[in-house]
Design a protein around this ligand. Structure first.
Ligand SMILES: Cc1ncc(COP(=O)(O)O)c(C=O)c1O
Length: 450
């Protein structure tokens, strides 16, 4: 339906406009000869303009680049800044810990950690918490613990999931229905089809079939997929997952790193789920690195009762900086003062305005796209109805179209997440910010229509 020639012409025009307006970002990129790929982390090259916008400052939902241009930031660090950029309580808590009290890396506990553990327990329902610096590591360490406690070798994930660069998760259902390594699985340490099993999201029969092998230590899943568009669970699916995992003696890990947008206790609390383990990271640190995993009481007792596991010295779980005083101070401030129960009410209201408006604009242009909301998070996808599996959602990807939309919005002061058509609301995002997006989005679709 799309006129591809027109789309390419429009994208070229937007690239030229971007280049005109971003000379300092261009120069910064050109001079970064000693960075691998010219960026601090290679995925920062995922941008539609040919080089990234360099950030100068950011507060709340706003960001200013080094060329002096302002943006409404709906990317929010792909959820790491869901609390808004540099929220005042986090700045105060980090300053107090780092500057006033001192001691960023003492390898000793601070009292903040226990407060954070108690608050995460209240929110997510699992009572025994431990910390990492990233959600990737929280997942890695949770997986190791569950392998140890079950003696089972494999982890099951959903096709086209994302849980960070966790080796076991880089598996998809291939076109022939058989498991295969996900494209781009760099330097896999072992054949992922030997360490993992995979089922489609929303497919209980497939899950049952895979778990029946009896070798799966844990199902690692998001309660809604969020990294291949948002794929929502169908009625009864998550209850079915819980019943099947129990029946097959497999532990269930809810990765709430992104689904935290559903509410103060993530999808786990919002949908009354009962996982054995919850993993999370990003947003709870208010912008400061942190990851966390919470264990059920039974699991914590089983693990601490195992004298053969080295949970104290050189075992497979741990990191020098995990649970450091700065991360703990930031997380406590974020949970107690920023991403509070009442903050979510406002964020979700603004997200609803975003979703409703986006749907209306898409409807006016009669495009076969869908909009899915998960609390404070909204995503449009180039498929209608919204895909019900990760594989179907992957098939609806349209990188050319996505590049155009992202670039068009970027040139009009709207930042979306580079990896998604995702917009996230922080406590400071307003309906006026949403209206700014909608104005540019409607204009972009008008351009596409000619
Ligand atoms: C669901 C989920 N889990 C884990 C991660 C990994 O988080 P991090 O990059 O902070 O390790 C991500 C990152 O996007 C994620 O979406």
């Amino acid at each position: 339906m799309l006129d591809r020639t027109r789309l390419r012409t429009l994208t070229d025009r937007e690239r030229a406009a971007f280049a005109d307006r971003h000379p300092r970002s261009a120069a910064a990129y050109a001079s970064a000869d000693h960075l691998f790929g010219r960026v601090p982390m290679t995925w920062m090259n995922k941008n539609p303009a040919g080089y990234p916008v360099y950030a100068e400052r950011a507060r709340g939902a706003r960001l200013t680049d080094i060329d002096g241009l302002d943006y409404v930031d709906f990317c929010l660090g792909d959820t790491a800044a869901m609390a808004g950029h540099s929220p005042a309580p986090v700045v105060a808590a980090v300053t107090r810990r780092l500057a006033d009290l001192g001691g960023a890396s003492t390898m000793l506990p601070t009292e903040d950690a226990a407060v954070v553990g108690a608050e995460l327990s209240r929110r997510f329902g699992v009572p025994a918490w431990s910390f990492a610096l990233t959600a990737t590591d929280a997942n890695r360490w949770a997986i190791r613990l569950l392998r140890a406690v079950t003696g089972r070798p494999r982890i099951l994930v959903n096709s086209y999931c994302y849980h960070g660069s966790v080796d076991e998760s880089l598996i998809v259902v291939g076109p022939d229905g058989r498991p295969r390594s996900r494209e781009g699985n760099v330097g896999a340490p072992s054949d992922v089809t030997l360490t993992s099993r995979v089922a489609e999201f929303n497919d209980l029969d497939g899950l049952d079939r895979e778990l029946a092998h009896g070798d799966v230590a844990a199902v690692l899943m998001e309660p809604a997929l969020t990294n291949i568009g948002i794929v929502a669970p169908e009625p009864g699916y998550l209850d079915g997952v819980r019943a099947l995992t129990r029946r097959h003696g497999t532990y269930l890990i809810n990765d709430e790193t992104h689904t935290f947008s559903a509410g103060p206790g993530g999808a786990t609390a919002a949908w009354r789920l009962a996982p054995d383990v919850v993993t999370i990271g990003k947003a709870i640190g208010g912008g400061i690195p942190v990851g966390a995993y919470g264990l059920s009481a039974g699991l914590a007792a089983a693990l601490t009762g195992r004298a053969d596991l080295d949970l104290i010295d050189m075992g497979g779980v741990g990191g020098t900086l995990a649970g450091n005083p700065v991360s703990m101070a930031a997380t406590r401030a974020t949970l107690e003062q920023v991403l509070t129960d009442s903050a979510f009410v406002g964020m979700i209201e603004v997200a609803t305005a975003f979703a409703d408006g986006a749907r209306e604009i898409i409807g006016e242009h009669a495009l076969p796209w869908s909009v899915t909301q998960l609390g404070a998070r909204v995503e449009y996808r180039f498929a209608d109805p919204a895909p019900r599996t990760g594989t179907a959602s992957a098939a609806a990807a349209d990188p050319e179209l996505e590049d155009f939309l992202h670039l068009y919005l970027l040139n009009r002061g709207i930042l979306l997440t580079p990896f998604h058509n995702m917009a996230l609301m922080c406590p400071e995002t307003t309906v006026d910010d949403v209206a700014r997006h909608h104005e540019a989005f409607a204009a972009a679709l008008g351009q596409l229509a000619g």
